[in-house]
Design a protein around this ligand. Structure first.
Ligand code: AOF
Ligand code: ZN
Length: 373
């Protein structure tokens, strides 16, 4: 087993994000005489799995050639049940491949016997060592999928662009951009890897953002959390076909109807505002596996306070820092919630990395790290 082939399979797996959600990103490589000769990945939800695509690719490239002396490297344990597609274990067993190297177990319990099925049928199956860099990278890429199956909850990334003293905006809120373009580009690339972006009503109205996604054929949603639906119909996001409102019960029925008739999804809470529990349940039912929370301060406060009650409500923090201070008490802080008043109750990041841009820098940290089985 050579880890470099897992690196190739991993690189390919990433091309499937976010189109494959709520399926996992998976990549596969076929190796002959120590050389990777074919690589492919799972490309879209409901479509062929990585193993099917890589075998098809081989057959196209080398028609009539047997697969019997090839090794297969795959980032996720092959599935063994009929879902939207046939079990990959059947395909692998019929292909003649003898050696299969697997990086990560399948968190979806119905498929967690895939490796056993292959072994019981005489294949030589080996798993990647968990203490390797490549295992860690694959595990990180599977975090939303693992959480989804383990906890039946969407994966949450909280993102903010702030000054060194933790401010989102000046007191008059006229400060349009805190961070520079390269940092913002990085943030929109990461947004694009999520199934949904979520903002609050104040950001929706005052920033009037367009929150674009790049993969126009995918199912990504733009979510606005609001107490009511009192806003101008000229806001940019209202032109989008992906817009979803989660609104409190004081929203006027007329507005709900109008926005619904315009093609937007509107979910009305039973109470004044959506609770975190009700919101997460609704997002899960909508099959939204990962959300990118872009603020503003009250939305961050809402998520952070929910997280203090239940650690599963925020998973990742992505904070872009501009290298200066606001130094003003009236300016807007990153989170306007209850927060902690006693340091002994604070919850720390399990790990983080720092990345530098031309002027700004970013902290990418994890509160939760969901393990392999
Ligand atoms: C694999 N290779 O590329 C993927 C796998 O409904 P289906 O048939 O698409 O099955 C979805 C499940 O299959 C998914 O939850 C996970 O257990 C597994 N995904 N398995 O061997 C792949 N995407
Ligand atoms: Zn499969």
């Amino acid at each position: 087993m050579k880890n470099k082939f897992f690196e190739i399979a991993f690189m390919h797996s990433l091309k499937g994000i976010p189109m494959v959600a709520p399926n996992p990103p998976v990549g596969a490589v076929l190796v002959k005489d120590g050389k990777a000769i074919c690589a492919s990945h799972h490309k879209a939800y409901g479509k062929a799995h990585a193993e099917v695509n890589v075998i098809q690719e081989f057959k196209k490239k080398f028609p009539g050639i047997s697969l019997s002396d090839l090794d297969m490297y795959v980032t996720l344990e092959p599935c063994c049940t009929q879902g939207k597609t046939e079990p990959c274990t059947d395909l692998i067993l019929n292909s003649g491949i003898n050696n299969i190297y697997i990086a990560h177990k399948d968190a979806n319990n119905v498929n967690s016997r895939g490796a056993k099925v292959l072994m019981q049928n005489g294949l030589n199956v080996k798993f990647l060592e968990k203490n390797t860099d490549i295992f860690k990278k694959i595990n990180l890429s599977l975090q939303p999928f693992i959480k989804w199956h383990l906890h039946k909850l969407p994966y949450v990334t909280l993102k903010a662009g702030i000054t060194l003293d933790g401010k989102l905006a000046t007191a008059d809120k006229k400060s349009k951009w805190i961070t520079q373009e390269d940092a913002r580009l990085n943030s929109s690339k990461i947004r694009n890897l999520h199934d949904a972006v979520l903002i609050g009503k104040t950001t929706f109205i005052e920033d009037n953002p367009s929150l674009k996604f790049k993969n126009i054929n995918s199912q990504q949603k733009q979510i606005v959390l609001c107490d009511d639906l009192n806003f101008s119909d000229d806001l940019k996001l209202l032109k989008s076909k992906r817009l979803v409102f989660f609104v409190g019960n004081k929203a006027s029925g007329k507005r709900v109807l109008k926005l619904s008739n315009l093609g937007h999804e509107v979910y009305v809470s039973k109470s004044e505002l959506f609770s975190a529990e009700a919101l997460f349940k609704a997002l899960y039912d909508l099959k939204i596996q990962s959300i990118f929370v872009e603020g503003g301060a009250r939305v961050h406060g809402f998520f952070y306070d929910s997280f203090l009650q239940n650690s599963l409500f925020v998973d990742r923090l992505l904070i872009y820092y501009a290298p200066f201070l606001m130094g003003n008490n009236e300016s807007v802080s990153i989170a306007q919630g209850t927060g902690v008043s006693d340091l002994s109750t604070v919850k720390k990041l399990k790990e983080y990395t720092l990345k530098a841009f031309s002027r700004d820098f970013c902290l990418d940290g994890y509160f939760n790290l969901y393990p392999d089985k």
